[in-house]
Design a protein around this ligand. Structure first.
Ligand SMILES: [Zn+2]
Ligand SMILES: [Zn+2]
Length: 343
């Protein structure tokens, strides 16, 4: 079945997510107050009092992901050293850090290890040794993925590929998910920038649901991209990678990055073929900056390789299977395209 939607006078009125059935209605929310939703975010204060150096030191001393505290984390599986990544932009700031990124098991497996042959297949990838941004103005001025730089993010994705090979060598694993939470509002339990890689003994339910929808409508992804182009939500299309603001995402600010013609795993792509995919994800994360966000990379099950990125500051409000999309989204995407072309 084609993607259900309605366009009037060139503008989208509503669209139904073919995977979940949730309907997004486009609504003008310009007059609506988000003061309550956005309350309590002192880091949005442009002029906060100077941070207490003791509080900053304390946060670093108690962080199991900071350099010097490696013994407080599970045994290391792999690392990238500054020597292996000489262009690293943190070289001066994190002087003497023995690693740029580091991988170990998650202390708390997402999936019980007795379901994956007795091996814990949940991993943490610490993305950078820096806990805070340079000259933090508060304990909430945390280092973030968007500040790492495009080349660094590519190294992160390449580390994921190495890790995926390790995970997929476990014969009980059939599916791998890459997941990131940034910020309290997105459910991150550690402030230090990190990503998760999880091996699953069964097809992950969301990926399975997407594969089912794609079997029902083999033209699904192409139809979605055509629709997105028609309503002005396309962000970029180059080197086999398409990125867009999703009208059917879980949040009012959701973005997808997809390789429509590649239906495989990241481990099956050459490093050069992975580069444009990593770049497109990073460019969106960079623009979202310090906002709470999550992303997930979905692969396998016959699906085109893709990532979903959710900007979580904006309210998630699902009422009986309906979401509201701000009608200014088209203008926002135009502004995003301009910001990206400047970067
Ligand atoms: Zn830390
Ligand atoms: Zn997906």
């Amino acid at each position: 079945m084609p993607i259900e939607h309605e366009i009037r006078d060139g503008a989208l009125l509503w669209v139904r997510n073919p995977v979940t059935g949730v309907i997004s209605y486009v609504i003008d929310v310009r007059g609506k107050s988000f003061a309550f939703t956005l309350g309590g975010r002192e880091e949005l204060n442009p002029d906060p009092p100077p941070p207490d150096p003791g509080a900053l030191r304390n946060a670093i001393e108690n962080c199991p992901f900071c350099p010097g505290n490696e013994r407080h984390a599970p045994a290391e599986l792999m690392r990238i050293t500054p020597g292996e990544f000489p262009e690293w932009n943190g070289g001066a700031a994190a002087e003497g850090a023995p690693w740029v990124l580091r991988v170990f098991n998650n202390l708390f497996p997402r999936i019980p290890e007795n379901l994956t042959g007795g091996r814990n297949e949940s991993y943490i990838v610490v993305e950078d040794p820096r806990h805070f941004l340079e000259n933090p103005r508060s304990v909430n001025d945390l280092m973030r993925t968007g500040a790492l730089g495009e080349e660094h993010f590519y190294h992160l994705i390449m580390a994921d590929v190495l890790l995926m090979r390790h995970v997929l060598a476990n014969p009980t694993v059939c599916s791998v998910i890459i997941r990131k939470n940034q910020g309290r509002e997105s459910g991150a339990s550690q402030p230090h920038p990190h990503q998760q890689v999880i091996g699953s003994p069964h097809p992950l339910p969301i990926v399975e649901a997407e594969a089912r929808a794609a079997r029902d409508n083999p033209a699904l992804w192409h139809e979605l991209i055509d629709l997105i182009e028609r309503i002005g939500l396309l962000i970029d299309r180059r080197d086999g990678v398409v990125s867009y603001a999703s009208p059917i995402g879980a949040f009012p600010r959701s973005y997808d990055v997809i390789m429509p013609e590649f239906r495989g795993l990241m481990t099956e792509l050459t490093p050069e073929a992975l580069r444009p995919f990593a770049r497109a994800i990073f460019r969106i994360i960079r623009v979202l900056g310090p906002l709470p966000l999550d992303y997930e990379i979905h692969q396998g099950g016959g699906l085109p390789l893709h990532a979903h990125i959710n900007g979580r500051l904006y309210p998630y409000s699902n009422v009986a299977g309906t979401l509201n999309l701000p009608s200014q989204l088209v203008q926002n995407v135009a502004a995003l395209r301009r910001a990206l072309s400047r970067g």
